[in-house]
Design a protein around this ligand. Structure first.
Ligand code: PGA
Length: 253
């Protein structure tokens, strides 16, 4: 268990209509309570951010977007800017999720643009990185995540780098029910922390939170969170039910 305050983030992906999102957020406010031992973040769909923001306004739950466009405004049909996310109450925004890298062909460079644009607006980026099954089996896990991390961090000052949260999400573990073992996740997290120390400095490496994502659920969260370099979880499937999200948030009790 690390000394950094744990962060449990629920990524709702493309699930829940407006009514469902509002009703679910109300239940989560109850389930999370007023003084959770962890930072709690939820990432509803873009069209429900505003309504969910109002539901969680007086609770400790913080709001995240699932995506953003790096430009401040203009002819980018279908897109949403960092300032728009800020205006509806987003503290965080997820960038570089493997589903966006895969289905929308987002590059490391474009993800970096998004993260820089978010920071300029005061929204905290949660940058996702992770290797495919092929890469893992080909022994390329470390070179892959190293390249992704470098693209996210290179050239940032310590102060800027500290605004990032990094989510290590092995693609083969997302939505598959196949979780990385705590030892497999810790091995990569430890490597990432060393890389942050090299790319920025040791103090930044000690303070940046590294989340694990990929089939996190109540039955495996405790073992994962016991690892020194795992500071939280980015959760898809298990964040969509009140009961499992409650157990994840209260994993220490
Ligand atoms: P999962 O998704 O928990 O359903 O595996 C995690 C993620 O994609 O962030």
């Amino acid at each position: 268990m690390s000394q950094r305050r744990p962060l449990i983030a629920g990524n709702w992906k493309m699930n829940k209509t407006l009514d469902e999102s509002v009703a679910f957020a109300k239940e989560l406010v109850e389930a999370v309570g007023s003084t959770p031992d962890v930072d709690v973040v939820i990432a509803p769909t873009t069209v429900t951010l505003h309504a969910v923001s109002q539901v969680i306004a007086d609770s400790p739950i913080q709001l995240s977007a699932q995506n953003v466009h790096p430009q401040p405004s203009g002819a980018y049909t279908g897109e949403v800017s960092p300032a728009m996310l800020k205006a509806v109450g987003c503290t965080y925004a997820i960038v570089g999720h493997s589903e966006r890298r895969q289905y929308f062909e987002e590059s490391d460079a474009f993800i970096r643009e998004k993260s820089d644009a978010l920071r300029a607006e005061g929204v905290l980026p949660i940058v996702c990185i992770g290797e495919s099954l092929e890469e893992r089996e080909g022994g390329q896990t470390f070179s892959r995540v190293e390249a992704q991390l470098k693209a996210a961090l290179e050239g940032l000052s310590a102060e800027e780098a500290k605004t990032l949260t990094i989510a290590y999400e092995p693609i083969w573990a997302i939505g598959t029910g196949k979780t990385a073992t705590p030892a497999q996740a810790q091995e990569v997290h430890h490597f990432l922390r060393q890389q942050i120390a090299t790319l920025v400095d040791q103090d930044t490496a000690n303070s940046v939170r590294l989340l694990y994502g990929g089939s996190v659920k109540p039955s495996n969260v405790v073992a994962l969170m016991q690892e020194d370099d795992i500071d939280g979880a980015l959760v898809g499937g298990a964040s969509l039910k009140v009961d499992s999200f409650r157990q994840l948030v209260h994993f220490q009790s």
